[in-house]
Design a protein around this ligand. Sequence first.
Ligand SMILES: N[C@@H](CCC(=O)N[C@@H](CS)C(=O)NCC(=O)O)C(=O)O
Length: 217
Amino acid sequence: MTAPVRLYHYWRSSSAWRVRWALAIKGLAFESTIVDLAAGEQLGAEQRARNPIAHVPTLEIDGLTLSESVAIIEYLEDTRPTPALYPSGAGPRARARQVVELINSGIQPLQNLTVLRQHSGDPAGQKAWAAHFNQRGMMALEATLVQLGAHFPSGPFALGDRLTVADLYLVPQVYSARRFGVDLTPYPRVLAAEAAALASPHAASALPENQPGAPRS
Ligand SMILES: N[C@@H](CCC(=O)N[C@@H](CS)C(=O)NCC(=O)O)C(=O)O
């Protein structure tokens, strides 16, 4: 019997959201272990043994224990290529990775709990820091999507007429930007991509509010 796919995640983790969404698109059911970031569970020995930097997500699949959403999603794409999350062709794939890394390296790490706490002990100071880097990131994301639009069939998604990995990174980051109070009205291309991606099949099951441990409104 094959071991179940297991995801170590947290409802509000934007990086875990990307992976939940990819799993849903690839049609992979998974079992959940919640690592409560607010309670500091990521810092405990168990999550550190899975991922020494003490972050979520971690995915157990096919006998592997994988961390880092890029590595996980590329593994899923390599082993379960349909439906594809990356466009085909070296150039379009590089452009998809450009959007992924803009978010994964250029924005999200700066809002991590560890970074916010290192920056300031004051919640208002932490929020201002995260808002600054999200606003700067959204500006870059808007300009990038406009530039890249010339290279893809026109459409509302991050890379044009179909949902790609770029959307799986964009939507959780827009959610974070909103949470930190960033005004998103100057970024219409980003907002159009978010709306299209959220309306796509499989988006709902990955949403933060639909995860175990999320506050019930
Ligand atoms: N580049 C990593 C980022 C992982 C990451 O930063 N996870 C955050 C939640 S989104 C985390 O676990 N933070 C815990 C902390 O800062 O203590 C990925 O894509 O998986």
